[in-house]
Write a protein that binds this ligand. Structure first.
Ligand SMILES: [Zn+2]
Length: 212
């Protein structure tokens, strides 16, 4: 999970969120009225602010994992939040399914837009854990199952990424000159916001004390 900055509210939402809410509340069985937040302008902005990744596990949102609009406060707990920009983000199907309608006042999920999530979590290989006594971080990780083997596909992808990154670092450490610079550029790219599992990779270079 990375610390994120919320982008500006898409115009289509700013202009319509009140009207959309009124129509939705009056006709809840109508899926067109319910899912208006899936508008392409809204989804594109959400993808841009998360680096085209799931806000929780950092898997790329793409053809295989289309990604669902995620309500930080579920509509089942507060329907007024259904079309509120600050309540919307994007998550992969696997994370979305696990979070479901979890919401508990005082023990909310970590919020990458307002919490320092990078300081709240620690990575052990492909697994993510919480810093001690951080109950919100622990709750988030346990519900999403990011700390164990229940997400086998995700864990495998992260192991592959770690192997690729270790090879890159080994080469960076022994090279000199222009090639070293190019390898450093790739390290920066892989630890940047837009890259998959970059929080995990960023922690690797911090632990190793590597700087350009
Ligand atoms: Zn995810």
């Amino acid at each position: 999970m990375r610390n994120l900055t919320k982008l500006g509210e898409p115009e289509v939402l700013a202009l319509n969120h009140e009207g959309w809410l009124t129509e939705y509340k009056a006709d809840k069985a109508n899926s067109t009225k319910k899912y208006r937040y899936r508008h392409s302008e809204i989804k594109e902005t959400l993808k841009a602010e998360t680096g085209y990744k799931c806000v929780y596990c950092e898997s790329k949102i793409g053809h295989n994992t289309p990604g669902d609009i995620e309500h930080k406060i579920p509509s089942s707990k507060d329907e007024e939040q259904h079309f509120i920009w600050l309540n919307l983000t994007i998550a992969c199907t696997e994370c979305n399914r696990r979070k479901n309608d979890y919401y508990e006042v005082g023990n909310e999920f970590l919020d990458p837009y307002s919490d320092d999530v990078e300081a709240s979590l620690e990575h052990h290989g492909p697994l993510v854990f919480w810093k001690s006594a951080n109950t919100r971080a622990e709750t988030t990780i346990r519900i999403l199952e990011l700390n164990g083997n229940n997400r086998q596909q995700l864990v495998e992808r992260k192991i592959n990424k770690l192997e690729e990154f270790s090879n890159l670092i080994e080469r960076f450490l022994v090279q000199t000159g222009a090639l070293k610079m190019l390898l450093w550029k790739q390290i920066q790219e892989m630890t940047g916001l837009g890259s998959e599992y970059s929080a995990m990779l960023d922690e690797v270079i911090q632990k190793k004390g590597i700087i350009g």
